[in-house]
Design a protein around this ligand. Structure first.
Ligand SMILES: N[C@@H](CCC(=O)N[C@@H](CS)C(=O)NCC(=O)O)C(=O)O
Length: 220
């Protein structure tokens, strides 16, 4: 039997792009070191060339095949999903749909980037207005259609939790959590399938995390 690789996930001390990866590994009962890098330390460590493409998250994997340091949150999430049984590896069509959703999540995250980095408050709010009134409703309508096309199962792909749900759980949390000035917390309220999905995935995630924590305690 192949031994489980040793994993170290490096990211900032907030969910961001690492939220779904942390959840996935925890739900799957996959041990990993969850290293939180303070933003002040990040710049210094990046200048020292510590991160392959300069950004976070980064996953260090040590296995029988050697050591690997990998970047790109979706690639890491797929890998974590394979280890945790939350990526439909055996079904290419389901995997295609999961990949589609992951890339859509990344596209939405990237759309937020310019306003996050905009220092001028007026320009920031003007950018957020376009996001809140045009760009994000466009993508929300795409997700609503995805959920309907999947039979309104309450999951993005198939009829069970996958890494696609975990990715969007954190994207939706960021969008509607109230931390983005100019983006209303009610942004997704007009999309009944998204609202039902959000409720179901939040409950499923919590239950699966609690189950994983309980079984880890039982074997400790
Ligand atoms: N496409 C990359 C984007 C990585 C990225 O932009 N990460 C952000 C944090 S979410 C980062 O490292 N920001 C710090 C910076 O670039 O200064 C991925 O999905 O991992």
């Amino acid at each position: 039997m192949t031994a489980m690789p040793q994993l170290r996930l490096r990211y900032f001390p907030f969910p961001g792009r690492a939220g779904p990866i942390r959840d996935c590994l925890q739900i799957g009962g996959i041990p990993f070191v969850d290293e939180h890098i303070a933003p002040e330390q990040f710049r210094e460590r990046r200048s020292a060339g510590e991160f392959p493409f300069g950004g976070l998250p980064v996953l260090d994997v040590e296995s029988e095949s050697g050591k690997v340091c990998a970047a790109q949150s979706n690639a890491i999430l797929r890998y974590a999903g394979r280890l945790a049984g939350l990526y439909p590896d055996a079904d290419p069509l389901q995997a295609l749909k999961v990949d589609e959703a992951l890339d859509m999540g990344e596209e939405i995250s990237q759309l937020l980037g310019p306003s996050l980095h905009e220092p001028d408050p007026e320009r920031k709010l003007a950018m957020r207005k376009v996001l809140a009134e045009e760009t994000l409703p466009y993508w929300a309508a795409c997700i609503e259609r995805l959920l309907i096309a999947n039979g309104s199962t309450g999951f993005l792909v198939g009829d069970s939790l996958s890494v696609a749900d975990l990715k969007f759980y954190w994207v939706a949390d960021f969008l509607t959590g109230g931390s983005l000035d100019g983006i209303p917390r009610t942004l997704l309220d007009d999309y009944p399938n998204i609202m039902a999905w959000q409720k179901k995935v939040a409950a499923e995630r919590e239950a699966r995390l609690a189950q994983a924590a309980a079984s880890q305690q039982a074997t400790a």
